[in-house]
Write a protein that binds this ligand. Structure first.
Ligand code: WT7
Length: 699
């Protein structure tokens, strides 16, 4: 299944100095380990498990499972009989076993330049133990669910690890979600406690988090299911009195301090001005008051392997989010191992993942993966574009970041502004670059590789999902020759296949449904409270396989290329087309910074292509350009892919995590005004703009 040989030409290789000390230094080694991971999982993962602390060892099979709905319930069970604690492994074990107490766990970089903190492993352990004791003091017990709705601050990591330490199940809700979304998630997971903060700044926009949280809590009360307690962190102002004023006055506006003139302490105060928040003494508790009196010692709760670790909601095709449930031991091994091997983690690395902890990327590759490896990470609260387009590279330079992980959407956004903002800062500390979240078009890959990495850093295009817990298709930086836009080959323990519509496995070069034939330790275990939905969503369509919902192509060299969600596949005159493919062709034009393509029903062809294009700053939209773009797609893919309709899209409808909402674009292409739920849109003003700019021939 893994090809014997990979091409040596027209591919990109890691530089020799990276290969030298790498964990997996060449393709031969990758193949050898891959075979072992499939043929002797017990031995493969057993070796890895030796680096972790187990209170008791496992007694049953390493992985026991049923993947076939026709044979009974779907289940996945890893390391039966073992007991451990992931927080203990992430902190205590590093401090005691590896002597990393004084090592920096996080460099926290706030939204405003100059607002910064660092926290060592020992300090983090103390904070976590204190907060774990706080959780116990407010009645949280093993198995209880705790909602966390916080900005990107160290205390968010503290809260999640404190839950893990006492065996409580965290359900983190991204701080960009609305009150309605938070309410829906709290209700679904039946949380007894909400942890939040007063507010935070995203760029120069103030988000009054506590007001939104209060709104969500009121909705729970209205439903007759009140949440007992709400712990609030004062992030905007730590100097505030314990019980803030009862009147809900809006938090102060951010002044524009002259940062140069001030002492660091003043800086921080002005950067995060005081906020007045509403306070309900029956429910609200102050984080700081509770923590002040708490002990720095807290014995971890020893959890069984399959005890739940966390719930994380991900959108479902029905509109109701699914509570993806991950469990302790398998997730721990998988997050740790993928982190170590995919970023080729080395002890002196400074690693930075720009994702938010509110998404799975942050769970696995800001908190659990890096910490279980004893890594030093940057934790960034702000935006790549604030205060200017150089912010990311300024941070890379400041902390001498060696491994950098971001999303294609961020790359394309920055690409729009050219190479000057990147080149303003040195990036010679960088060794490995990563991407995640969507297919990366070769154009953006090339820019990332050449401009950001100066052709010295391998780019790991990591394919995975909230459901998979960690990377499942990915290059290993020193071992896998890279092809721009391909997620390359499976990670250890992962067995992919490509199926056609009838569920037959395709061999050799082919295109179809991407599925997995057996579980790996990090795969989700159920949809919280709805196992039937878990089976129906992922296992019903093709019995015996986990269905990703993504389309995939395997080329003549055996490389896997994700073509986008199956629901983004278009059928034009009987030909299957991936929207990503057309988008990539459009984006290759020098005038285009981003493109989104959707299907529009067509009486003859079945579907026609409707394209939204965002142009580089300063370029005007014209019919000449349209003709050029259509020609370009014809040339890149073929006449079959010629766009039927095209329109100027200065902005695209995106979720706060940067995903384009194609559902909305499909409606615009059809000129249907009933858009359904658009509450997850980051900026709803783009909608009117897009309707006004509709392609005049698409009546
Ligand atoms: C979907 C999962 C995994 C963390 C972020 C998203 C798409 C993800 C890639 C990639 C092509 C990718 C897939 C997948 N996706 N990574 N490297 N290449 N597509 O997590 O919200 O659960 O989304 O993101 O479509 O199914 P998620």
């Amino acid at each position: 299944m893994i090809p014997d040989k990979v091409p040596q030409e027209d591919v990109y290789h890691a530089p020799q100095d990276l290969v030298k000390g790498a964990h997996v230094p060449n393709f031969e080694k990758y193949k050898e380990l891959y075979l072992k991971s499939i043929q002797s999982p017990e031995e493969f993962w057993g070796d890895i498990a030796k680096d972790f602390f187990w209170k008791t060892k496992h007694t049953g099979k390493f992985l026991d499972y049923n993947f076939d709905v026709t044979k009974g319930n779907i289940y996945i069970q890893c390391m039966e009989g073992a007991t451990t604690n992931i927080c203990y492994n992430a902190l205590d074990w590093n401090i005691h076993q590896r002597n990393l107490g004084d090592k920096v766990a996080f460099y926290w970089e706030g939204n405003e330049p100059g607002d910064e903190l660092k926290v060592t492993y020992r300090e983090l352990l103390h904070q976590v133990c204190k907060f774990a004791n706080v959780l116990k003091s407010v009645g949280v017990r093993k198995g209880d669910r705790v909602s966390i709705y916080m900005p990107m601050v160290v205390e968010l990591v503290v809260a999640m690890l404190a839950c893990a330490r006492i065996g409580a199940v965290h359900s983190i809700v991204f701080a960009g979600f609305s009150a309605e979304s938070l309410f829906e998630r709290i209700m679904d997971s039946q949380c007894s406690l909400l942890i939040t903060a007063d507010g935070f700044y995203r760029g120069d926009k103030l988000i009054s988090l506590k007001l939104i949280a209060d709104d969500a809590l009121q909705r729970c009360r209205d439903k007759g299911v009140p949440v007992e307690k709400c712990i609030m962190l004062k992030h905007l102002s730590k100097e505030q009195p314990d019980s803030p004023a009862a009147s809900p006055s809006p938090p102060a506006k951010r002044p524009c301090p002259d940062l140069q003139q001030e002492t660091p302490k003043d800086k921080v105060r002005k950067i995060r001005p005081k906020a007045q928040v509403p306070w309900n003494p029956e429910v609200d508790l102050c984080w700081h008051t509770l923590v002040d009196g708490a002990s720095e010692e807290c014995e971890p709760e020893w959890c069984a392997s399959e005890d739940p670790l966390f719930i994380l909601y991900t959108s479902g095709s029905t509109g109701k989010p699914k509570g993806v449930l991950h469990t302790v031991s398998g997730y721990m091994l998988y997050a740790a191992t993928t982190f170590k091997l995919v970023f080729d983690y080395q002890p002196d690395d400074v690693y930075w993942c720009t994702a938010d902890i509110g998404w799975i990327t942050g769970h696995s590759y800001i908190t659990y993966g890096p910490l279980t490896n004893g890594a030093t990470s940057v934790l960034f609260e702000g935006l790549p574009t604030y205060p200017d387009m150089s912010r990311m590279w300024e941070i890379v330079d400041k902390y001498q970041v060696t491994k950098f992980y971001t999303a294609p959407t961020a790359i394309r956004l920055l690409m729009k502004y050219g190479s000057a903002p990147v080149q303003k800062f040195r990036r010679d500390s960088l060794k490995v670059l990563g991407t995640v979240g969507e297919p990366i078009n070769p154009e953006a890959w090339q820019w990332y590789y050449s401009v950001v990495g100066e052709k010295k850093c391998p780019v790991v295009d990591t394919f995975w999902q909230t459901e998979t817990g960690g990377h499942v298709l990915t290059p290993l930086p020193a071992a896998t020759p890279m092809k721009p836009g391909s997620a390359t080959f499976p990670f250890f323990g992962v067995v992919p296949a490509i199926l056609n519509e009838s569920g037959e496995e395709l061999e050799g070069p082919s295109e179809g449904y991407l599925v997995f034939k057996q579980p790996w330790p990090g795969i989700m275990r159920t949809v919280y409270g709805n196992h039937q939905r878990f089976e129906a969503t992922y296992f019903q369509k093709f019995p015996g396989y986990y269905v990703t919902g993504d389309g995939c192509r395997r080329d003549q060299d055996g490389y896997f290329w994700i073509t986008g969600r199956i629901d983004d596949m278009l059928n034009v005159s009987g030909h299957l087309l991936s929207t990503a493919e057309v988008e990539s062709a459009l984006v290759e034009h020098p005038a285009v910074s981003e493109a989104a393509v959707v299907g529009r029903p067509h009486p003859v062809k079945g579907e026609s292509l409707y394209c939204f294009v965002t142009l580089i700053d300063g370029v005007a939209y014209s019919t000449t350009l349209e003709t050029e773009l259509k020609q370009q797609v014809r040339e890149k893919i073929g006449a079959i892919a010629t766009p039927d309709y095209m329109q100027n899209a200065p902005g695209l409808p995106k979720t706060r995590s940067g995903k384009i909402m194609r559902r909305v674009l499909r409606k615009i292409a059809r000129n249907e005004r009933d858009l359904g739920d658009v509450s997850t849109l980051a900026d709803s003003s783009v909608i009117d703009q897009l309707f006004n700019n509709r392609c005049p021939t698409a009546v």
